[in-house]
Ligand binder design. Sequence first.
Ligand SMILES: *Cc1c(COP(=O)(O)O)cnc(C)c1O
Ligand code: SF4
Length: 344
Amino acid sequence: MKLITSMEALKSELQLTEQELCWKEDGLTVPLSITDYYFNLIDKDDPNDPLRKQVVPSVLENNAEVYEDMDPLEEVKHSITSRLVHRYENRVAFLVTDICPMYCRHCFRRRFTGNMVGPATENQIIEAAKYVGSHPKIKEILLTGGDVLTLSNNQIDFLLKTFREYQPKLLIRLCTRYLTSYPDRIDEELISILRKYDTAPIFIMVQFNHPKELTDKSKAAIKKLTDAGFFIFDQTVLLKGVNDDPKILSVLFEELLLLKVKPYYLFQGDLVSGTSHFRVPLQEGLKIYKEVANTVSGLALPTYALDLPHGAGKASLGTASITETPNYFIITSPEGNTVSYPKQ
Ligand SMILES: *Cc1c(COP(=O)(O)O)cnc(C)c1O
Ligand code: SF4
């Protein structure tokens, strides 16, 4: 795997637009890194290519809106250790590493992602596993980051072994974008490690945002996992200029379903600093979702969800109570709190 990680290298391969050229790496952005595999899928003649938008930085990221925040989900406040987020009683998220092979320009966890801290130490993993083991109400763990599959197969073995040891029935969700960014990572050794710990479910959580990402290589990697008996769930992010079109989303969800990948969430953009150019206005998102719902089967339809600002939890936008003020939508959280979301 080769990576493009500098503007010089990027400039030599792609004619950059003014907005792309003016990008500066600052506290609001994630690093530049694009895998050669994904870069080759980009149509170099189209400055609006939907894959290019997801990985080539833009100066628009250097701008934060007043209503944006580096941590709108208030994960830090809900953290037990520096890497274990306990926001919901029955499930936790463990931030295995902050590193990804390729950084998504829309990444919502940019307070953490790409700081080059690296993977959790064995002690940090044991500490988190002990916490989970001593809280029997916790039934699920999300192993996330960063991208979990940046770890070596040996490290992944240790990670799964440790959580299984302290809580044998724990449902594990392994979150990765490798099936999109570098599908060859799904090798036989990895599959055999996953199978070893499949004594309780291990679900693979992926992120496909556009049908162009479903290449033969992606499909082959998906098939390796489903043939080995793993369930795969897709979490698509609704992104302006990438997939804010009911036709594109319908094709994506139908194709995923045929590959035995269940479209799980369609995420409305979080209010994360430096991502406003990706955010689809909520009223438009609702319209798009309705059209998708009228097109695809129930199985192919994900839940349209939003992580409410101020850590108010996930809301299902298709069913949530939403009212309006001149500049804001007022959304009622599942826990009964009301939060505002800008209309833009
Ligand atoms: C989204 C999320 C979960 C998982 O929620 P589901 O709705 O069950 O997918 C768990 N913990 C945190 C902190 C989350 O943000
Ligand atoms: S793969 Fe996930 S954690 Fe990594 S940059 Fe993309 S959205 Fe962020």
